[in-house]
Write a protein that binds this ligand. Structure first.
Ligand code: BJW
Length: 252
């Protein structure tokens, strides 16, 4: 992507004139930190190597909880080795932005984004919680995460505090994300295939709000190609720093 490409210039112009901008991100944001995406064509993509219904569903956990925990602990160990990439840092340099993210990693926080400005639609991999929802929650050391264990309060299995298929999204984060999407002038969508619902509906929520321009940044065309006012084809790490340089963006 060159700085004088019409789509790049148009995206800059949309962002510069927008009063309210929010970022909606997916796994592509963290790809250049070495965190695998889910549905990419790369051999590294998680769902090309593993069955999501065995590893990211209540049914899969019931069938073999140890397998699920071992898989999450393998991903946690990879996250422990990862660092924020230039895309995370470029976003963190815009303290006025709210981030609606499907990512369960903590790389936005580690880049310097305030946790209050991150709405996590699919939970957090560095937190454990009680599968029976007794309220037990504990931050885990991702470099040295505990194996399958019973909840110290109620004895039910402990699991990562992430949202599996068939589970409800965290209500407060979802409500706020919907409200923000409906009110923005620009939704900057970074590195998501937009195939998982209800998260993907936020783009349509923004469009239905009547004022939002959708700027999509992805390495390839996606489900959002038709909905995007501008589609930037490139990596988040190489494009976002250039796209956001010199701008001062706000979500509220
Ligand atoms: C780059 C790049 C670079 C690469 N730079 N770009 C309506 C229609 C159809 C189905 C449903 C529906 N509503 C609900 C469903 C069912 C289901 C669903 O959506 N299924 C579809 C897959 C068919 N949804 C659910 O089950 C959700 N729950 C729900 O709806 O509950 C309802 C309910 C109501 C009442 C009571 C109870 C329930 C929950 C969804 C949970 C998703 N969980 C996961 C796992 C989280 C934990 C974990 O990490 O293990 O979340 S699945 C996985 O997908 C993960 C991600 O957050 C999510 C989205 O993926 P994402 O981020 O888009 O990644 P990719 O890999 O798909 O895309 C990466 C993109 O980046 C690609 O496009 C690349 O090109 C690009 N890229 N490198 C820029 N460097």
């Amino acid at each position: 992507m060159t700085l004088d490409e019409p789509s790049f210039l148009e995206a800059r112009s949309i962002l510069a004139s927008a009063e309210r901008v929010a970022v909606f991100s997916g796994a592509g944001l963290s790809a250049e930190s070495g965190i695998s995406t889910f549905r990419d064509q790369e051999p590294d993509a998680l769902w090309s190597r593993f069955d999501p219904m065995l590893l990211a569903s209540v049914e899969g956990f019931a069938e073999n909880p140890g397998r699920v925990i071992d898989w999450y602990n393998w991903r946690r160990a990879k996250l422990a080795q990862a660092t924020p990439n230039p895309a995370h840092l470029a976003l963190a340099a815009q303290p006025g932005l709210v981030h609606i993210t499907q990512n369960v990693d903590d790389l936005l926080e580690r880049a310097g984004v305030s946790p209050e400005r991150i709405l996590r639609l699919h939970g957090a991999i560095d937190i454990d919680c009680c599968h029976a929802v007794c309220g037990f929650e504990e931050r885990v050391d991702v470099a040295n995460a505990p194996p399958l264990r019973p909840c110290p309060r109620c004895g039910a299995p402990v699991r990562p505090a992430v949202v599996w298929f068939g589970e409800r999204l965290p209500e407060a984060a979802w409500q706020r994300s919907e409200a923000i999407s409906a009110a923005v002038d620009c939704l900057l969508v970074v590195g998501t295939s937009a195939t998982v619902y209800p998260a993907a509906n936020l783009v349509h929520r923004a469009i239905a709000g009547g004022r939002a321009k959708i700027v999509v940044l992805n390495t390839r065309r996606s489900e959002l190609t038709g909905a995007a006012h501008v589609e930037l084809l490139g990596t988040a790490g190489s494009t976002l720093p250039k796209l956001l340089r010199g701008l001062s963006l706000h979500s509220d």
